[in-house]
Ligand binder design. Structure first.
Ligand SMILES: [Zn+2]
Length: 399
């Protein structure tokens, strides 16, 4: 983050977009963003602010052109008209970028993470310089698509898999991109006319779910992404878990496998050595002695009941179920969303995932709901866009 959030002299903080306001204004804005449209009285109840303080904050936000107050919708209580207030969605625009090994995706979203524009481009190389150029290019294309609306862009979020130091914008270790200690924030900053946020991609997805998905109704949930890697975003007691050192929820690198195979991270025994797409495919290729076998072939074999394929998918399911139970026993989420590209093959391992979870879940953790959620790659970019707003509000709310 390049933006200064706190003005010590006046005790004000910055809202997304750089407006300086009292902390109560930010608190009300954050509540409206997540729950709006709502009545002032509800905002007061939820935030613990007095109704007078809420009204004052609402007036400031109105003045800034960030919210609208509706006069419609009469209340169910006779004689007491309700004036629901909501954030003006497109008053501010966020740009989100997500990286796959062979593709880069960028979106422009409203402040409530609704996608306005999206761009997909092939990624020729995952070398740092090429990726920086590619990010610059897709952000430029999004800005062109926005035209005059680009004036309302508040920042660019970039989601990267692996160990990401959000505070300093450094990708410390990304096995999937084969990056180590890449100062991505500093490389991008001179090329971007907006503040840049670098975030772990699964955590970015959790942020979007926190505000505009399952987090609206539950105070603790986890997203487990399955596919090329096994990731996990944690949302506990009303906030996304960053971890003091920037690492948290590395489910794929829990040392639960007994096969002793080496992981992409260099360690042995990680969950990913059994449960990642590459691990499943590798096992089936070896059993079939067919190195050219594709994931599509593997899935077809599994669905046709081929013993080797079925065993590989079931082993992955059991491993993921064990990993989820381990995480749930520690954290206690009410819901686990299973997402990621491998969800399309969920029928091949769901039963084993659930039995392993039930077997290892302690006490009431067994009541934790496990549901699947299909995310497109655009949803990942949308999460990166949400992380910009989250990062700005988090700074001001904790200042
Ligand atoms: Zn590992």
């Amino acid at each position: 983050m390049t933006q200064t959030a706190v003005d010590d002299e006046q005790g004000t903080v910055s809202l997304p977009g750089g407006f300086r306001e009292a902390p109560a204004v930010t608190t009300v804005f954050a509540d409206l963003l997540k729950h709006g449209p709502v009545a002032r009285v509800t905002v007061a109840q939820r935030t613990g602010l007095s109704q007078a303080a809420v009204t004052k904050a609402v007036n400031r936000l109105d003045l800034r052109g960030l919210i609208s107050t509706h006069d419609a919708a009469p209340s169910s209580a006779p004689g007491r008209p309700v004036q629901p207030i909501s954030v003006i969605e497109d008053a501010q625009i966020s740009i989100g970028v997500t990286l796959r090994v062979d593709e880069i995706i960028a979106v422009a979203t409203t402040i409530r993470a609704n996608v306005i524009h999206s761009i997909h481009r092939p990624l020729a190389s995952i070398a740092v310089d090429s990726v920086v150029d590619a990010i610059d290019e897709v952000v430029g294309a999004i800005v062109d698509a926005l035209g005059p609306d680009a004036d309302r862009v508040i920042g660019v979020g970039v989601g990267v898999s692996g160990d990401v130091d959000k505070e300093h914008g450094v990708v410390r270790d990304s096995p999937r991109l084969n990056w180590s200690q890449v100062d991505l924030g500093a490389l991008l900053a001179p090329r971007m006319p907006f503040p840049v946020v670098i975030e772990n991609d699964v955590r970015a997805l959790a942020i979007a779910e926190e505000w505009f998905g399952i987090g609206v109704d539950t105070h603790s949930f986890a997203i487990v992404t399955i596919g090329a890697g096994i990731g996990c975003g944690l949302y506990v007691n009303g906030d996304v878990v960053d971890g003091a050192l920037g690492v948290s929820g590395e489910l794929g690198h829990l040392p639960l496998a007994t096969t002793g195979e080496r992981c992409t991270c260099g360690r042995r025994g990680c969950v990913e050595t059994v449960a990642s797409s590459a691990a499943i495919l590798g096992r089936i290729r070896a059993a079939k002695r067919k190195p050219s076998l594709t994931m599509q072939d593997a899935v077809a074999l599994g669905r046709a009941g081929d013993e080797d394929a079925v065993a590989a998918f079931e082993a992955a399911g059991s491993m993921i179920g064990l990993a989820i139970a381990t995480m749930a026993n520690l954290v206690g989420p009410g819901v686990v969303l299973v997402a990621g590209e491998a969800v399309t093959n969920y029928d091949l391992f769901e039963q084993h995932l659930r039995s392993a979870f039930d077997e290892h879940a302690f006490g009431a953790v067994r009541d934790c709901r496990i549901v699947t959620r299909t995310h497109t790659f655009e949803d990942w970019a949308r999460g990166s866009a949400a992380s910009v707003v989250h990062s700005m509000l988090r700074q001001t709310l904790t200042a």
